[in-house]
Design a protein around this ligand. Structure first.
Ligand SMILES: [Zn+2]
Length: 272
């Protein structure tokens, strides 16, 4: 990608290296109470329990990472890709007379606490509609390169753009469906939205030759059929939630070729 001219988004929350230990879990109020209880002579275990009870009733003030574009190379890249998605979706929303509300991207390592619950890096990047945040562990990008053999910066950008696609779904009123079949359509639509972003990033001269292929390789590599094959050595279609590799490629390409979000209506498509 060529992101030299792209401004880095400030909507990044850097929680790398913070962990979700005592400090993150309890919150300031909880720690203060736990400390107070400790000094009042409760044993440390009891003090902690009291702290935890307090923090459960405290408002959802949880971990707060450092806000703003990180300075390191990997963090800068993520912030610039996010900036690019803000530009593209901001324009698309404006064209249809509405306003785009940008999501926050949380960088974490290991484990993270979100409004949707605790999550580990192993589950991969995800979007939490409740707090409108994208959660990304940079180790997933390493996996993409090594385990899934999908190298390249655009492959990483595709993953971010896919999560942003889920945010667009939230803004446009799509509720998360319960059945597997519906959630495949949700996922494929997010892939298509990632493609829509790719189209406009191309128009902004942010793509380089080979970038589209990188994203397609990533879409192929992280299709449910491939993931399941790697995990269990066989494919179990009933439990697909993201769509097959072929479907993911097809919908990503549809967005990438047209740049039109209305071409991403996976919900009324007769076949996926
Ligand atoms: Zn998804």
């Amino acid at each position: 990608m060529r992101l030299g001219d792209q401004e880095a988004s400030g909507n990044v929350e850097d929680r790398r290296g913070m962990g979700v230990g005592l400090g993150g879990g309890l919150g300031i109020g909880g720690i203060a109470v736990a400390a107070l209880a400790y000094f009042l002579g409760f044993d440390p275990g009891t003090a902690l329990q009291i702290g935890e009870q307090v923090s459960q009733h405290a408002p959802a003030q949880q971990q707060q990472g450092k806000r703003g574009a990180p300075a390191d190379e990997a963090g800068q890249f993520v912030a610039r890709v996010l900036g690019s998605t803000e530009k593209v979706w901001g324009q698309i929303f404006a064209n249809s007379g509405s306003q785009y509300r940008a999501p926050t991207l949380v960088l974490f390592d290991g484990q993270v606490r979100s409004a949707c619950g605790m999550a580990g890096a192993a589950m991969g990047p995800f979007y939490c509609p409740q707090d409108e945040k994208l959660y990304i562990d940079l180790s997933f990008f390493r996996d993409l390169r090594t385990r899934f053999r999908a190298p390249g910066d655009f492959a990483q950008a595709y993953v971010i753009a896919h999560e942003v696609g889920h945010h667009v779904q939230k803004l446009t009123g799509l509720r998360r469906p319960a059945s597997n079949q519906a959630s495949v359509r949700t996922e494929l639509q997010a892939d298509c939205y990632a493609g829509v972003w790719g189209y406009h990033a191309g128009a902004m001269k942010q793509l380089e030759p080979g970038d589209a292929e990188e994203a397609l390789a990533a879409a192929t590599a992280i299709g449910d059929d491939r993931l399941q094959q790697q995990a269990q050595g066989r494919v179990v279609p009933e439990s697909f939630t993201h769509g097959s590799s072929e479907q993911r490629v097809r919908w990503f390409k549809r967005g990438l070729d047209s740049g039109q979000p209305r071409g991403c209506d996976t919900f009324s498509a007769a076949s996926l």
